[in-house]
Design a protein around this ligand. Structure first.
Ligand code: NAD
Ligand code: TYD
Length: 357
């Protein structure tokens, strides 16, 4: 199958966890000659340090950064026209479930209104063009919560249960509506939990690593038996690139790790790795504390990703044991990155989060 090519790709949220990994992946692992135009508001989760090497190597040649809120139509439209954008890969979003519980408003604004704005910019500029693409990056959380068995498929009914997943569900529906109503070339991906370098340490894996580094409690929500399916972030990036270059317009593709873990078992695995790295502090699992459960805590996520495997030849390439070690070591080796985060709003948020329990 002939792969689609683009000249100027707008990446939204490119300074966040998955967006910055995607930009690294794009320049380091693909043969594309396209330019990347990164629009990021630089919220607490956006970090220009994630892309220092890319900026140094490609800055203002093939990589362009704009501090830009996707909710500002005029601002986005101007950049879109200046760079003659022919593909949007949309990552920008508020992404943390706990934050959405304490303050849903920004989730509605960035995730729903922001996506709507981007769709409008694309529709008004591209008109009937079919050599362009709007790729929307979403989550398996839109499908709701599973019991002990079963999987999410692309045609599973949506049943979001947190303000985060509800806002993502709304944005998915808007993207799909623009395909059906206006013929805008779109693709949608729904992915399971990612892990890897550059993830903001409010999410489970980096939070546990950082707390262990600092000999702090490891807070386990509820009984610790909630299940998540973990995928190494570079495998998510390769899945998105497969969709961008060959996915069928109007289609949804599930992407997953086929790698389910109970939270508590996963935390014990991380403790074992830290025991190897810092035997003087072993056993790290003595830091585990059970805390009040997250309200509306989804029990289990698990995805069937046969469609992207069969249609686009994508598959996971990173074994979980190796990926987890690599991730722990990345945080241990990047103290400067951690110090930079800790100097911001990070500590205030973590403290407030625990006070609320
Ligand atoms: P993240 O929170 O690390 O990064 C989000 C980025 O978006 C940040 O750089 C932030 O500054 C930017 N942003 C937020 N609001 C913005 C706005 N209004 N305008 C411009 N930029 C804005 O999130 P992530 O984990 O990298 O997730 C990226 C995308 O992937 C999200 O859409 C998320 O829903 C989706 N997703 C994430 C996971 C996961 O496990 N992290 C899994 C599946 C899907
Ligand atoms: P998280 O990384 O927030 O991702 P999501 O809620 O989007 O799946 O959480 C992953 C799982 O870990 C989830 O079941 C909640 C749980 N969890 C804890 O037990 N303790 C924590 O401190 C955090 C952040 C999450």
């Amino acid at each position: 199958m002939k792969k689609r090519e683009y000249k100027n790709i707008m990446v939204t949220g490119g300074s966040g966890f998955i967006g910055s990994n995607f930009i690294h992946y794009f320049f380091e692992k693909t043969n594309s000659k396209a330019n990347i135009i990164n629009l990021d508001k630089l919220t607490y989760a956006g970090n220009p340090n994630n892309l220092t090497e890319i900026q140094n190597k490609y800055g203002n040649k093939r990589y362009f950064f704009y501090k830009q809120d996707i909710c500002d139509f005029g601002g986005v439209n101007k950049i879109f026209q200046e760079h003659e954008i022919d593909c949007i890969i949309h990552f920008a979003a508020e992404s943390h479930v706990d934050r959405s519980i304490f303050g849903p408003k920004e989730f509605i604004e960035s995730n729903i209104m922001g996506t709507f704005n981007l769709l409008e910019v694309a529709r008004q500029n591209w008109k009937d063009r079919q050599d362009v693409l709007f790729q929307h990056t979403s989550t398996d959380e839109v499908y709701g919560s599973l019991g002990d068995t079963g999987f999410f498929f692309e045609d599973t009914s949506y049943d979001p249960r947190s303000p985060y997943s509800a806002s993502k569900a709304a944005s998915d529906h808007l993207v799909s509506a623009y395909y059906h109503t206006y013929g805008l070339p779109v693709t949608i991906s729904n992915c399971t939990n990612n892990y890897g370098a550059y993830q903001f340490p409010e999410k489970l894996i980096p939070l546990m690593i950082m707390n262990m580094m600092e000999k702090k409690d490891l807070p386990v929500y509820g009984d610790g038996k909630n299940i998540r399916d973990w995928l190494f972030v570079e495998d998510h990036c390769s899945g998105i690139w497969a969709i961008v270059t060959a996915g069928r317009y109007g289609e949804t593709y599930n992407i997953g790790g086929e790698n389910e873990w109970e939270n508590i078992k996963l935390i014990h695995e991380m403790c074992k790795i830290m025991d190897e790295r810092f035997p003087e502090n072993a056993p790290h699992n003595k830091l585990i504390v059970y805390v009040k459960d997250r309200p509306g805590h989804d029990r289990r996520y698990a995805i069937n990703c046969d469609k992207i495997k069969n249609e686009l030849g994508w598959t996971q390439s990173v074994d979980f044991a190796a990926g987890l070690r690599k991730t722990v070591d990345w945080y241990l080796d990047n103290q400067e990155w951690i110090d930079n985060i800790r100097s911001g709003e990070y500590l205030k948020w973590i403290e407030k989060n625990y006070e609320r329990r």
